[in-house]
Design a protein around this ligand. Structure first.
Ligand code: F6R
Length: 369
């Protein structure tokens, strides 16, 4: 049941405030974070971990990349993110102090399941971030931290993605607390950010009308680029993947700093570029770098669509379109920034008369290797 929406994807984009609230619920208390499934592993085991490897495919891997920044920042454990289907072929260095966190909406993705099985054979601690109760991957893992996004029907993942980032943030906070790496104030501040997210997410969802208009003007677009820095980089990759998947448009995401090392040669008159601009209040250095990147591409003819925090006026002289999102800490911004990108893919797909929920050549759950 699409609940009055034109597609499951539209319904699921709209459900993101609840998906996040449900993922956080029961895991924050008294301005702290406790995930019972991690507590069950024993605090000594969590204190002993000296390396985390996140394994996932596609959209889930981008959630993993964003989560990695938060886990490193809060728990001070080095985190690598590897694609599930690449993981075992590199003969990964795994010890009894390694934790492997798999991220999978379905919990049945064969590539990820095989990687988890390999990790289990090597004797590492396995944690599953999964949206499907009792799926194979969480059942096989030492601990399951469910995202409570509700069933996701559209092939293109939306609410599972933002719920996965939320769950990984909670894991980072839990680990940081147990390992004594987080001050009470930092923990309380992060909990507040998490608790305020659903409301801010609603504002992000409400960008639908302006994005629909933008997509309408851009219906003939052949190629779109997405730029981000830090956590905005994997969010840019996710924006590009959504567009490829459901609108069949060539799209690429880049780390903004990488532009001058090659991709800037792609910039030509009228080339649309979405830029995820970090918060000037909480990430002033990154913000000014990204504003310079915008100036560089604008000078070469790019059509810049800037996604900014409300009140950011620095980009106004250089951006062709400005999408404004609520204030949040820079680390949390991708959760909001990806929403207009999801709408953009959906509306371009619709403008091209495509089936938003059932893109060609793709299945919701990839159960072959
Ligand atoms: C993108 C998408 C895929 C999945 C990937 C992993 O919209 O849906 O990239 O994210 O196939 O699937 P799960 O999370 O079920 O392991």
């Amino acid at each position: 049941d699409k609940g009055g929406w034109s597609s499951f994807m539209a319904k699921e984009i709209n459900e993101q405030p609840e998906a996040i609230a449900n993922t956080v619920r029961g895991r924050t208390a008294g301005r702290s974070v406790e995930i019972p499934e991690l507590t069950a592993l024993g605090d000594d085991r969590l204190r002993n971990i000296d390396r985390i490897i996140i394994i996932a495919c596609g959209t889930a891997s981008y959630a993993g990349q964003i989560g990695a920044y938060a886990i490193e920042q809060w728990a001070r454990i080095p985190v690598d993110v590897q694609l599930s289907h690449e993981f075992r072929y590199r003969d990964p260095v795994l010890t009894d102090r390694t934790m492997v966190i798999s991220v999978s909406q379905s919990g049945e993705t064969m590539d990820t399941l095989m990687a988890v099985k390999y990790a289990i054979e090597q004797g590492v601690t396995t944690v599953s971030v999964c949206n499907t109760q009792s799926a194979t991957i969480p059942r096989e893992s030492d601990a399951a931290v469910y995202t409570h996004a509700g069933p996701e029907v559209a092939v293109a993942s939306t609410k599972a993605f933002t719920a996965q980032i939320t769950a990984l943030f909670l894991i980072g906070l839990h680990l940081g607390r147990v390992r004594g790496e987080l001050s009470t104030e930092a923990l309380a501040e992060a909990v507040q950010q998490l608790e305020e997210l659903p409301e801010k997410m609603r504002v992000a969802v409400d960008t639908h009308a302006e994005i629909t208009q933008l997509a309408h003007w851009m219906a003939d677009t052949r190629s779109v680029l997405f730029l981000g820095r830090h956590v905005g980089f994997p969010a840019a990759l996710e924006g590009a993947l959504k567009l490829k998947e459901i609108a069949y448009i060539h799209a690429e995401g880049f780390a903004a700093g990488e532009l001058k090392h090659g991709p800037i040669a792609l910039i030509d008159h009228g080339q649309p570029v979405f830029v995820l601009v970090p918060s000037p209040r909480t990430a002033p250095l990154m913000h000014s770098k990204v504003v310079s990147n915008i100036q560089e591409i604008r000078a070469r003819g790019a059509r810049v669509i800037a996604i900014v925090e409300v009140g950011d006026t620095a980009v106004l002289p250089y951006a062709d379109e400005v999408i404004r999102l609520p204030l949040t800490d820079a680390l949390f911004e991708p959760i909001l920034q990806v929403v207009p990108l999801q709408w953009f893919a959906l509306e371009l797909s619709t403008a091209k008369g495509l089936d938003v929920d059932q893109p060609r050549n793709l299945a919701k759950s990839v159960t072959v290797e």
